[in-house]
Design a protein around this ligand. Structure first.
Ligand code: FES
Ligand SMILES: [Fe+2]
Length: 430
């Protein structure tokens, strides 16, 4: 570690109810190097959704933890995450964003792979020796790939524990998302791609931060919402925060009238929509019982799946992931998720809602970007002002969404991985 590193990155003082994080964790390239090795090369990371590649041959390319990958459904129907690098001399073999194909041909020397990653064509193969074996030169898959109800994750640690046990209590919250549909949820085509000049952990904190909502998004809550007929003064802010194990956490807010085209009507959609949305809610009650239906439809959630997957189940369902290219720079990808059977009309309402608040040009995201970049700029003073305080509600029996328990949960797990005090759990056989 660089000279002058603090003895500890995190102060977790239960006795006095104080929690502090050293600001070098947001600025120091050595910390980022440790994160790449101990967090991003270990943990399960979201790679995409099965609905993005519904048919054999469908593929999408993207970055997962800085690695170019191809999310592809092979002719055999299996979903794979192939590392997008030619086994010849390394070029990315697929340079398209998405498509449907039987083969990927590298543009450099034209080696050809099928959509299951096998090397099926090498121009002038007779120039190679006996020892050259195509069967060993297929595209390499991510060391581990597993899905949970359509969400595809990869881990670059071959010995990582299985996905379901890694998800721990977060699984129940993914179920609340997936149960919104009888036929399965799908990613709506189109990706929001944006970046910010801020450390990635600031976006983790912000994505599950109930405390900032009113001051940061004043324009939305005090101007926009009242204009659409929402009685903001009657909003019941009674949210809670919960640790879900393994660094995952959630904040859940009942009955904030954001509107959700599965079962939560708002005035902006007009009286005519009211009965249809209420009927959807009754259907959920019939399928799952009153309590589960209420939790699905009337409670909004911001879910963190450690380290870098956020599912905002408010208005629409937003799936967001991000990766640091530098201590002070991240790239973010976000998608909208919706029931497959949703009517075109309701799809429009959903997308409208998705873009109005959480879109990169919406009411919320630009405010958040400005605040996170302001934090990052503030850290230029790190030598004199070393610590951030994340203690809010620390001694409260049942922490609120406006407390900071959910961030403490993240930071504790982060600290365990970075310091090696509790490394990533591995499979029994490993
Ligand atoms: S690098 Fe791909 S064929 Fe040569
Ligand atoms: Fe925000």
């Amino acid at each position: 570690m660089e000279n002058g590193a603090p003895e500890s990155w995190v102060i977790d003082n239960h006795k006095d109810g104080l929690f502090r994080v050293h600001r070098r964790t947001f600025t120091d390239p050595h910390v980022l190097a440790l994160e790449k090795e101990r967090v991003f090369a270990q943990c399960w990371l979201y790679a995409g959704h099965e609905s993005e590649i519904p048919n054999p041959g469908d593929f999408r390319t993207r970055q997962v933890a800085g690695r170019p990958v191809i999310l592809v459904r092979g002719t055999d129907g299996q979903v794979r995450v192939l590392l997008n690098t030619c086994t010849h001399r390394g070029a990315q073999v697929c340079r398209e964003k998405s498509g449907t194909t039987k083969t990927f041909q590298c543009a450099y020397h034209a080696w050809t792979y099928n959509n299951q990653g096998e090397l099926v064509g090498v121009p002038g193969e007779d120039a190679y020796s006996e020892a050259f074996d195509r069967r060993q030169l297929g595209l390499v898959t991510a060391p581990r790939t597993e899905s949970y109800r359509g969400f595809v994750f990869v881990s670059f640690n071959p010995a990582m524990e299985n996905l379901v046990s890694y998800l721990a209590g977060a699984r129940e919250y993914l179920d609340l998302v997936c149960d919104q549909s009888e036929n399965g949820m799908e990613i709506i085509s189109g990706t929001q791609l944006y970046s910010m000049r801020a450390n990635w952990k600031l976006l983790v904190e912000n994505s599950i931060d109930g405390y900032h909502a009113l001051p940061t998004h004043k324009r939305y809550f005090l101007e926009f919402l009242p204009d659409t007929g929402v009685e903001v003064q009657r909003m019941r802010i009674a949210g809670t925060a919960k640790s879900l194990g393994n660094g995952h956490a959630v904040i859940a807010n009942p009955e904030i009238p954001f509107g959700r085209p599965v079962a939560d009507w708002i005035p902006a959609w007009g009286e005519a929509k009211k009965a249809e949305i209420e009927a959807m809610y009754q259907k959920l009650i019939a399928r799952f019982g009153a309590e589960h239906a209420y939790n699905i439809a009337k409670v909004s959630r911001n879910l963190l799946i450690f380290p870098n997957l956020i599912i905002n189940d408010i208005m629409s369902v937003t799936v967001r992931t991000f990766f640091p290219l530098a201590p002070d720079y991240i790239e973010i990808s976000a998608w909208a998720l919706a029931p497959k059977e949703e009517s075109p009309e309701n799809r429009v309402l959903r997308l409208d809602n998705f873009l109005t608040f959480l879109g990169p040009g919406g009411f919320a995201t630009p405010d958040d970007v400005e605040m996170l970049e302001a934090c990052q700029r503030g850290y230029a003073n790190v030598r004199e002002v070393e610590w951030s305080d994340i203690s809010r509600g620390m001694t409260r029996q049942a922490p609120l969404a406006s407390d900071e328990l959910q961030m403490q949960v993240f930071w504790r797990r982060w600290n365990e991985l970075i310091t090696g005090s509790r490394p990533a759990r591995v499979r029994e056989a490993a």
